[in-house]
Design a protein around this ligand. Sequence first.
Ligand SMILES: [Mn+2]
Length: 334
Amino acid sequence: MTPETKPEDFPFLEPSALKRAVVVCHRNADADAYLSAYAVSKLIGSVAPRCHVSIATPGGMTMLTQKLSARFPHDIADGSGGDYDLYVAVDVGDEELLSEWKEKFRESPGMKVLVDHHPRREGGLYDRSVVDEGATSAAEVVYGLFESRGVTPDPQTAQALLEAILFDSSHLAIAGRSGLGAAVKLMDAGADISQARRELRSEPDYGEVIAKLKGAQRISIFKAGTWVVATSHIGSFQAHVARSMVYLGADLALVSGESDGETRVSLRATPRFQESAKVKLGSEVAEEMARRLGGHGGGHATAASFSAPVGEEETVAATMKLFGELIGELKKLD
Ligand SMILES: [Mn+2]
């Protein structure tokens, strides 16, 4: 159980007791995770100027994040640096996504804090958690911490937070009050939105382009009532392929791939599907499949993923069976 958390008490330790801190992103850090971590580091730095803060990116970063990390550089911890007084996990969702850092969280006597916008999970890894499930980005939650502490981010940090919000909210298209409000206040603090849009543009990644086109080539189409369900399989970029299939018009997309002896499945759905079919992909499909197959997974209502130590064919068949239970019988189209 996490005790009641007052965000104005962040980082929940006496600044004088704070010598070393680490801010940990989810595996393969995306722009929201890394830029949120960057801003959390700046906030810790302004509360406890003597604290040395590192960012950890288990499993590295996405291509876009690598580019952004040159624009917003930070000391990166490699995990060999001994214990920390403070551990902050940002944007992590499933604690498995902390990878090798999960064990460090568990073993350390330090303060462990979660700052997130993913649905709360069982687990007990954290001493405090600041979670807003209604936020479209972790960066909004981080901005809330700045406000609670009465700290105005410097222009560079404001820029980082604005870019993270744009990244996770489809350039504000799905942002709510907290995202839009934070975006305006960040611009007041010196962030430039045109520059943010420019910096988020990424060069097309050849591997991703080929994966998406191959994924499209391998699509199978099913109907369940009026819903169109598309499935495909690809060795990598499953999430990108699933998202592309939704762009093409599928209500629900499943993309699987096998690597390192496990099957990975990415799921995407349209908001219309989510509202009308009332199926939450994170809790009702990804978590449920992870439970049934002994893997791990989770995510949001319209975007989720899981992996399982089971063959690809079996994993897909079991997931399609669950779809059948949730939205009715699936008929394959030729
Ligand atoms: Mn996020």
